[in-house]
Write a protein that binds this ligand. Structure first.
Ligand code: E4P
Length: 218
């Protein structure tokens, strides 16, 4: 399973990348706004830091505009995945951009049928939003399961990028289902390493070690 980090904060990406946990990055207009940075500049810096796919989102609402923006974003670096919304215009742009050999991440997916269309339009990634479905009392993970089954039934190569991940339990459930990628905020990725029994066990080991009076490095 690949881990993408869902942020446009360079220092957070750099810190996580040092652990080898960053296979790619996803951004969106809200994350760019939060970073306070220029989209072209910050995206370039991210691409220089992370060799894997870096999603940069278009903001036009018509296919022609998305294609033009997508080409400009893709010119930033070879590892850009152009993000387009799951609208009919977005699907048209997806087809055109993938036909040009570019990676495309179709975002804002909330149904299995939408995911089916994205795969048929040649999407590199489909981004179903788990947390936002949970927020309205639906089951985001059920959507991941449905898409997995449909893509497997027809051997689509589009990768399922489980997005809008809010908790460590989302990560585990997506992994059990077989999502190809998760994208999560840095705090959720870091929280995956935490367990109270690890902390308790380490504390006990260190206390016993201190009683031995030994040092390993001499
Ligand atoms: C994915 O690409 C999106 O940027 C992100 O996962 C959305 O998450 P949110 O619903 O927490 O904003």
């Amino acid at each position: 399973m690949k881990f993408f980090v869902d942020t446009a904060e360079i220092e957070e990406i750099r810190a996580l990348a040092e652990t080898g946990m960053v296979d790619g990055v996803t951004t969106n207009p809200s994350l760019i706004m939060k970073s306070g940075r220029n989209i072209l500049e910050v995206t370039k810096e991210i691409c220089d830091l992370v060799p894997g796919p870096v999603s940069a989102e278009t903001v036009a609402t018509d296919a022609e505009g998305m294609i033009a923006e997508g080409r400009k974003l893709a010119a930033i670096a070879p590892n850009i995945a152009v993000k387009v919304p799951l609208t009919w215009e977005g699907l048209k742009a997806c087809k055109a951009l993938t036909d040009e050999g570019r990676m495309v991440n179709v975002t804002l997916c909330f149904s299995a049928n939408q995911a089916l269309l994205a795969a048929k339009a040649g999407a590199t990634f489909i981004s179903p939003f788990i947390g936002r479905l949970d927020d309205i009392g639906m089951d985001g993970m059920e959507l991941i399961q449905e898409i997995r089954q449909i893509y497997d039934n027809y051997h689509f190569s589009t990768e399922i990028l489980a997005a809008s991940i809010r908790t460590v339990n989302h990560v585990k459930a997506a992994a059990l289902i077989g999502a190809d990628v998760i994208t999560a905020p840095p705090a959720v990725i870091k929280a995956l390493a935490s367990h109270p029994l690890t902390d308790k066990g380490l504390d006990a080991f260190l206390k016993d070690w201190a009683k031995t009076g030994q040092t390993i490095l001499g």
